[in-house]
Design a protein around this ligand. Structure first.
Ligand SMILES: Nc1ncnc2c1ncn2[C@@H]1O[C@H](COP(=O)(O)OP(=O)(O)OP(=O)(O)O)[C@@H](O)[C@H]1O
Length: 246
């Protein structure tokens, strides 16, 4: 039932505890969001669960299997990560999407077809042969999402994927992304500052502050009954920004 489970995860930097999470669990098929202020440890938690960073303490299970350090590469192939910056390779759009599939042993023609399919899904099919250097920020994000989905990962990790976009571009991408998520049913873990995004996309949300979980539940629970004053202020700000939405 759980694809990823983390227990007693601690990350430290010298004497400072950056992350101290008792339990985090991601059910198969759910969209799980992590919100919290700057420096709360959200990206650190993402990196730990995506097996990109080893915690100083704690255990992680992937599909019921306890993760050992040497399992990293093998298990990471079952995941995909999209960062705030698209991190595209300096080549064409289609090659960016196809290359991961080729690395996984897919023949060139099949990889190209799959890449085209996912580029179409994210409405950038027409840009297939463009060099990535000529893309706008929004187009590059769409390509990086297409690249992640093309891998058909068991878990998709997203670190603030809609940041740094103008409002109209962000809205359009959010709508398209939400549609793809709904149709693929892919298990997703995403980090966000944006409560509206969380309401639109997430089944469950965890609020992280100073590296610790302060609340976890359905987005509605967090909005209606924030667990502490800081969270209540955060929710209050969003209610003022978007009256009627929450
Ligand atoms: N390599 C590093 N060196 C020093 N400090 C670090 C490093 N990585 C993370 N930190 C610190 O760890 C804490 C958690 O960082 P993290 O990026 O996980 O927070 P976050 O919630 O994702 O923040 P943001 O919303 O600003 O991206 C912060 O105080 C940050 O300064």
């Amino acid at each position: 039932m759980y694809i990823i489970e983390g227990f007693d995860i601690q990350v430290r930097l010298k004497d400072k505890v950056l992350l101290d999470v008792n339990r985090v669990r991601l059910k198969r098929g759910e969209v799980f969001a992590v919100i919290g202020p700057n420096g709360a440890g959200k990206s650190t938690l993402l990196r730990v669960l995506a097996l990109l960073q080893s915690p100083h303490k704690g255990e992680i299970y992937f599909a019921g299997e306890k993760v050992k350090p040497r399992d990293g590469i093998r298990l990471r192939r079952r995941m995909a990560v999209v960062f705030q910056e698209p991190l595209l390779l300096d080549t064409t759009v289609i090659d960016n999407v196809a290359v991961g599939l080729r690395i996984r042993g897919m023949p060139a023609k099949a990889a190209r077809e799959k890449a085209e399919y996912w580029l179409e899904k994210f409405k950038v099919g027409k840009l297939s042969n463009r060099w990535v250097g000529s893309l706008s920020g929004g187009e590059a994000k769409r390509v990086s999402l297409a690249r992640a989905f093309a891998l058909e990962p068991e878990v998709l990790f997203l670190d603030e994927p809609f940041e740094n976009l103008d409002a109209p571009l962000r809205e359009a991408l959010l709508a398209d992304f939400s549609e793809v998520l709904r149709t693929t049913g892919i298990t997703t873990f995403f980090v966000s500052h944006n409560l509206r995004e969380v309401v639109l996309l997430a089944d469950r949300v965890m609020a992280l502050m100073e590296g610790r979980t302060v609340q976890e539940g359905a987005p509605r629970e967090l909005i209606d009954n924030p667990a502490n004053e800081e969270l209540a202020r955060f929710v209050g700000v969003w209610k003022r920004i978007m009256p009627g939405f929450f």
